[in-house]
Design a protein around this ligand. Sequence first.
Ligand code: FES
Length: 170
Amino acid sequence: MKIDDSYLARRRFLCGMLGSGAVAFGASVGVPLVAYVGNLREDPPPKRMEIEKADYQLASGTSKKLMYGPITALLIQTPGPQSILKVFVATCTHLDCPVGYDPQHNHIFCPCHEGYYHVDGRVMSGPPPRRLQEFYHRFHDGKLIIALQEENLQEENSEKENLEKAPQES
Ligand code: FES
């Protein structure tokens, strides 16, 4: 039986189309899947972090952001004669937008949905459901040590060190 050349050409064309479709489908599913798995493998935050004086010393009424592994930390040196250092996770408790310090009004703000926090982390107004998460921190040998878990902060603690316990979330 003789097979028509046009039949073979159509068959090759259809096979090519199916092959291209399979490759495109594989890429459309595979690339996001690889990216997703890659995100799952993102390094966890460290147990604790030491910050040199030059990196944490701030003028009164100013702030700075630092990376704590994959987490952004917001350091605020509160204004006024009773100035203290506050260290927050710089992530809004509403929908995880990054927050920043507004020195002019001395509050923390979230630009996504106009969420405002007092400089001690309490919610001032807007949609945030709870206060900002605060790092535990202490000073040792001129360095600032921060951690998300109090027990990690105390890991290498001696009795005489200046331990500062951050307030719990309410
Ligand atoms: S994410 Fe901050 S107010 Fe909505």
